[in-house]
Design a protein around this ligand. Structure first.
Ligand code: AMP
Length: 207
């Protein structure tokens, strides 16, 4: 069993890479962004609480995301954490209930992530992710999988992307050093196509 964290700035490809790697390595893919978006879409109490925070590109309080992860990581299966932890406090909270085997840092520069997020589109019905430049749908504006309408995530608007990047630099980048000091960090060049990046991540994990 392996418990793995994927670190990297917004737009590094964490969601895409995590889905591929989790499937190949038999890990449970836990994306706190997806879990929170689902709460918002269902209009739950939690969803109402976090909707505005997410729309502004700020971070949801640590204890809320820690509770989401703790509920789902039951220890019976290795987990691949995507978008979590994002603060040192979350990393410390996580260490109380889940021992980590590796932390993979998806390294990619700011210009590239801004370009990627500006051209990202998601299916409004099944959540599939596209990129107008690198992974366009077959038919413009329609999901290949289910025919749903493709939309831009509200937090992919340029002014929110800028804020998310600042928040990443301030709150999440320190995790790179934190996990390096713990001897867990493995760095993968993420400025390449998703197949190549996923293959490298699998290699690093020894799967
Ligand atoms: P993501 O899909 O990972 O880009 O996350 C989208 C948004 O969800 C973020 O901009 C935050 O508002 C919120 N979020 C996701 N994961 C976390 C986390 N670990 N801590 C705090 N907020 C989070």
């Amino acid at each position: 069993m392996k418990n793995v964290v994927l670190l990297g700035p917004p737009g590094a490809g964490k969601g895409t890479i995590a889905a591929r790697v989790a499937q190949k390595a038999g890990l449970l893919h836990l994306s706190t962004g997806d879990l929170l978006r689902d709460e918002v879409a269902r209009g739950t109490e939690l969803g109402k609480r976090v909707q505005g925070i997410m729309a502004r590109g700020e971070l949801v309080p640590d204890e809320l995301v820690l509770a989401l992860v703790r509920e789902r990581a039951d220890g019976r299966r290795g987990v691949l954490l995507d978008g979590f932890p994002r603060t040192l406090a979350q990393a410390e909270g996580l260490a109380q209930f889940l021992p980590l085997d590796a932390v993979v840092y998806l390294a990619v520069g700011k210009d590239e992530v801004v370009r990627r997020l500006g051209s990202r589109r998601v299916c409004s019905s099944c959540g599939a992710v596209y990129n107008l430049l690198t992974q366009p749908p077959k038919e413009s504006g329609r999901c290949d999988r289910c025919g749903g309408a493709l939309v831009q995530r509200p937090d992919d608007a340029p002014e929110v992307v800028a804020r998310r990047y600042e928040v990443y630099e301030r709150d999440s980048r320190p995790l790179v050093d934190h996990y390096r000091r713990l001897g867990l960090l493995r760095t993968v060049d993420a400025a390449r196509d998703p197949e190549a990046v996923a293959a490298d991540v699998l290699k690093v994990l020894g799967s």
